[in-house]
Design a protein around this ligand. Structure first.
Ligand SMILES: C[S@@+](CC[C@H](N)C(=O)[O-])C[C@H]1O[C@@H](n2cnc3c(N)ncnc32)[C@H](O)[C@@H]1O
Length: 311
């Protein structure tokens, strides 16, 4: 199992082009009226009281702050299904695993991806530079243990929703947020899936997904959800490992190992043509997709695509 998980560690050896977005803010009046309020108020208003997510606030000190925030804010940009339905939706789209499995996977991501993160750091910096000064509200789907959170802090007022179906990721993600220097009130872990994002239409400036679309149950639905929650002009940033070329030796190996990978790596598919899905998703503002050559271990997930798409 660890062997397969270790295969998540790869190296991207290409340089992304300069990708400059020009996000526009065209939210509804309520959003505009509330933009200057502290992020915690915003976050609180997104989650109805009694929902599992509102109860499972991050344990790194922001709970009291959020509880103190007024629930009566006029700012209600976020759709959130009732708690039981939300849980049902997550269970529909994400395979149920025992707690020990979720914990083990979270632990592995927190410890086993360090060399990958070191290798890909420059590359991520360039991609996330697209957010600087432009993205105040960011949703990261499949946030995992939060390796990307440090790339948001150049935006002083950034508010990040870190969403993941595996609640065992929460403590790691909160710790990463703290280490990154994100203000406590500006990070919120949400349990949820990309196929049913619990946010309102046109409510975030940016959506980020790294090594996630390989794991969702429905890629097209997830991309539709990303487009739905992005504000007009909003940016989608992605880095994904994808299927090797059809008919190639690597692809044949991937075909054989794919079912095993899904079992040991929480639904991760080796043979997804995620770049094609993103191209076909119809991001109105254009899509830039690059491929990356990966030379280091693990070869099984060598091909990567990365880039940006604009709503
Ligand atoms: C390989 S990890 C990547 C985590 C993190 N993005 C990173 O770059 O390290 C895949 C993540 O996607 C999450 N995930 C799985 N299915 C998902 C879904 N349907 N919607 C959103 N996230 C999902 C997993 O729980 C896991 O945290």
């Amino acid at each position: 199992m660890m062997m397969m998980m270790m295969m998540m560690m790869t190296q991207v050896q290409s340089t992304p082009s300069s990708l400059v977005s020009s996000l526009t803010y065209t939210p509804r009046l309520a959003i505009r009226a509330s933009r200057d309020h502290v992020c915690a108020d915003t976050l609180k208003s997104h989650i109805p009281s009694g929902s599992s997510s509102s109860r499972s606030l991050c344990s790194c000190g922001r709970k009291h702050f959020l509880e103190a925030a007024s629930p009566k804010m006029p700012f209600v940009p976020i759709y959130y299904p009732n708690a039981s339905r939300s849980k049902d939706v997550s269970e529909t789209f994400h395979p149920q695993r025992p707690d020990w499995y979720k914990e083990l996977f979270a632990w592995f991501l927190s410890t086993g991806m360090r060399s990958y993160e070191a290798e890909i750091a420059d590359y991520k910096k360039k991609l996330f530079d697209n957010l600087t000064g432009k993205a105040e509200k960011v949703l990261e789907i499949g946030v995992g243990t939060g390796p990307n959170l440090k790339y948001y802090v150049s935006n002083e007022n950034v508010c990040v929703f870190g969403m993941d179906p595996n609640h065992k990721m929460e403590k790691y993600a909160c710790e990463s947020a703290k280490e990154a220097g994100l203000k406590p009130e500006n990070f919120r872990f949400i349990q949820g899936v990309g196929e049913a994002i619990p946010l309102d239409d046109d409510s975030v400036d940016a959506v980020v997904a790294t090594l996630v679309l390989c794991s969702v149950s429905d890629v097209t639905q997830t991309l539709n959800e990303i487009k739905r929650v992005l504000k007009p002009g909003g940016i989608f940033i992605f880095i994904e490992h994808v299927a090797a070329e059809d008919g190639s030796f690597f692809r044949n190996i991937q075909n054989v190992l794919d079912p095993l990978q899904q079992v040991v790596a929480d639904g991760c598919h080796l043979t997804r043509n995620t770049g094609l899905y993103i191209s076909a998703a119809g991001f109105g503002g254009g899509t830039e997709i690059n491929t990356a050559a990966i030379y280091s271990f693990p070869w099984i997930i060598r091909p990567h695509v990365y880039g940006v798409a604009y709503k």
